[in-house]
Each structure stands twice: as C-alpha cells, then as structure tokens.
Design a protein around this ligand. Sequence first.
Ligand code: UDX
Ligand code: ADP
Length: 451
Amino acid sequence: MKRILCIGAGYVGGPTMAVIADQCPDLTVTVVDINAQRIAAWNSDKLPIYEPGLEAVVRRCRGRNLFYSTDIPGAIKAADIIFVSVNTPTKTFGAGAGKAADLQYLEKTARSILEHADSDKIVVEKSTLPVRTAQALSRVLHSNTRGLKFRIVSNPEFLAEGTAIEDLLHPDRVLIGGMEESAIEEVAQIYAHWVPRERIITTNLWSSELTKLVSNALLAQRISSVNSISALCEKTGANIDEVTRAAGRDSRIGPKFLKAGIGFGGSCFKKDILNLVYLCEHYGLPEVAAYWEQVVRMNDFQARRFVGTMLSAMFNTVADKKIAILGFAFKADTGDTRESPAIAVCRQLLEERARIRIHDPQALDNARIDLKDAAGDITYCEDPYEAVAGAHALVIMTDWKNFRDLDYERIFERMEKPAFLFDGRNLLDPEKLFRIGFHVYPIGQKPLTHF
Ligand code: UDX
Ligand code: ADP
C-alpha cells in the first residue's frame, strides 16, 4: 500500500488529501502540521475550515485510510510521496517585501524532510510558489551526504474555496510538471483513480510552476478589467451587469469571472500577481511587471472608490453613524477572510469614526482576528437583523446567497432614515429595494435615490 503524506493541513492540503483518500482506498494518506490545534480540529467534529461537502468526505475516510497527525518525523519516514502544502505568504520584511513570496516555511519543511527521511522520496510542490522554487527545494534536499534521491514534482492546485470538493472531483485539468517521467507518472496515477487521463496534463517543471501564477493572474485581470469599467459606468449611465452579460456572450470572451464588485480577495490572486511582478522585475522586464501590477492597483482602487461613494452619499461623514456590514469572507461559501476587501473597507470606515456592526454566516471568528488591532466601535453579530438595528447604512460585502432572502422590509423598518444600501456585489435587486424606500448604490450602475 503506497503511503502519501501531506505536510500542511490548510485550505489546500486539507480538502485535497480528503478527496485523494476518498477516491483511492488503496492508498494511505497522512496529513501533518506543526500547528497541533489544527490537527486536533481535523480529528474532531468541528473541522478547522468550512468547505461545502468536506465534512462528509472526512467522516468517510478518517481512521480508514486518512490520518491527521503531529508526528512529522514518523510520517516523513513512512511516506513514499510527500505533498508540500505549507503557507507561502508575501514577504513582509527585507528584500522583496510586499511582493516576493516568503519561503521560510517551505525551506523549513524541506529541511525537516531531509532530516528525517531514510529512503528516496517523491516531493510534490502543492503550495503556490514562485517559479524555480523547485530548484531551491531540490538543492536543499540534495545537500544530504547519505545518497538519498528526491524527485521533485510540481502539481499546482486550482481549486477555489467554496467549491473545493467539486473542483477536486471534476477538475478542468490536473497539471503535473517534473523532470523525471517516472515521478510524473507516479503522481498521475493517484489522480487517474478518478480523473480521465486526457485531463491530466504533464509539462516541464517550470511551465507547471508558471502556469499557476498565470492562471490566477489572468482570472484576476478579468475582474480588474471589469471593475475599471464599472467606474466608467457609474459616470455614464451604462450598467456594468448589462455590459458584461452582453460582452460575455461572445464565445471568445465567455461569461465567467466578469462579475463586477468590490474587488477580489482570497489568498491567491494578489499574492500570485505580486510574485509574477517580482519575477519580471528580477529578470529585467519592468514593463511586464508594471502591466501586471496594475491589476492589483485597480483592485485597491475599487475598494477605496466604494468607501468614497459611501462617504459622498452620506453627506461626507459617517462619524458616529452605525454601519451594518453584511459579509466579511472574501467570497460566499467560505469562512476564509484572507485579503478580503471587507478588511480594508472596515478599517477605512473605522478611521472615519463609523460604528460598525459585522455579520457573516461563517467568517466572524476570522473577522475578529483581522480587526483585533483596529481601534473603534465594532460589534460582531450572529444575526443579520441585530446588525442592522439602528444602522444608517447597510453594506453588502460578500455574495452569500442567503442575503438575497433576508426580509428587506423588516430591515428597512429597523434602520435609521434615510436608509442607505451599498451593494458591493450587485447581489440584490436595486429596483425592489428602492421601492421599499432605500437609497440604493450598486456597483457600476446609476444609484437609485429618493432625493
Ligand atoms: C482562486 C482561483 O480561482 C483558484 O483556481 C486558485 O487555485 C486559487 O485562487 P479562490 O481565491 O478560492 O480561487 O476564489 P475565486 O472564486 O477565484 O474568487 C477570488 C475573488 O474574486 C473573490 O473575492 C471573488 O469574490 C472575486 N470575484 C470572482 C469577482 O469579484 N468577480 C468574479 O467574476 C469572480
Ligand atoms: P493554504 O491556503 O496554502 O493551504 P494555510 O495557511 O491554510 O495555507 O495552510 C498551511 C498550513 O501549513 C498551516 O496549517 C501551517 O501551520 C502549516 N505549516 C507551515 N509550516 C509548516 C511546517 N514546517 N511543517 C508542517 N506544517 C507547516
């Protein structure tokens, strides 16, 4: 029985290994993490991350061929194939701060593999990494004098949070890059348990690493392009949702990832683009770097612009006003708040001395952590109706579907008047809300106001 190990039990490693264990009963899958609390949570009834469908998969496999452990040395010794999915945040210090990836966790992982391994291994990069990281990994691993051989494979993850299980079960493609055919094939055989062979693409190591960055950069670029046009729509009277619906019908453009909103968040888009930018600068391509950096700038601009709209609508002051924030996660169906535009928007509102009331069905614990150092009046509300009581404005920050089904007549009753509604996701029907009495400010559309 082949033994698979995953180092790093986070948003990527957690769901990916659960699906591998579920689909491959002939493999033993162990997931380890330095964070003992996280491992305890994976072994408990309350998993450390919220992901639709994940719990059922974990329940089926845990204790059968899926194990969560803190015994990193023992697990390394036993493993044939080691997936590395530790976090690779953007560096906050030293050279490349704010752009380059901080590879300290990856390097520590490589060193611990080296320390504890007593046989040859395949090491699979799963974390999002700057191009040519595999080389660094290989150098560390081959600094051993015991003659151990490590074959490095890049297998970037394309799952999106909120649909992780579905994306893993029915991927558009699985990408495997490597130098040795044999190692690529061993990893391909895992996925071939449930993914049709024609969807398993193999490339050289560097193409695979770069594809991850490029895929995310292209997706984020679509969002920034659309959001840039949303600003123009607000000036001209065009409606961004009409524009993108019509433009997306061109089969060359396609309808996905054209939804205007408050801007993209999540752990990947910004980080990967900045990685790409750093890489281009490093290789002496400043024009290419500037081109991609603009995607991130446009995203920051969109959030600032949104707060600007709120301020100018509410008579240039929100000081002492209660503002209900509905949604804090960076998108629906996740409790993850990494890089969520809600963080920047809330901080700006607090600087303006607004009193904020935050509701999110899954992300309140993370919101508390994100805003723990922010000064001001913040209340976290389990109940959306509690958040809107006495509020001057309601802000939709996350596209949670159930926000559509709230009783907006009741919400309007409970709010101060004039009642402002800023829909950062174009989730709600502006006409309907306007008829209830709200002043409605969607993204990329003329506001509907009563004065
Ligand atoms: C992304 C990639 O989709 C995935 O392939 C990769 O592996 C990791 O990064 P994720 O960050 O989980 O996944 O979420 P995604 O669905 O891509 O959304 C990212 C952000 O863009 C969210 O904040 C979302 O609200 C926003 N978005 C998405 C838009 O504003 N408009 C759109 O049309 C689509
Ligand atoms: P991602 O979204 O990439 O999965 P997460 O932060 O959710 O990122 O998960 C990464 C996990 O990797 C964390 O749980 C972290 O504790 C773990 N980790 C980081 N460094 C190490 C290490 N050296 N050994 C084992 N686990 C590690």
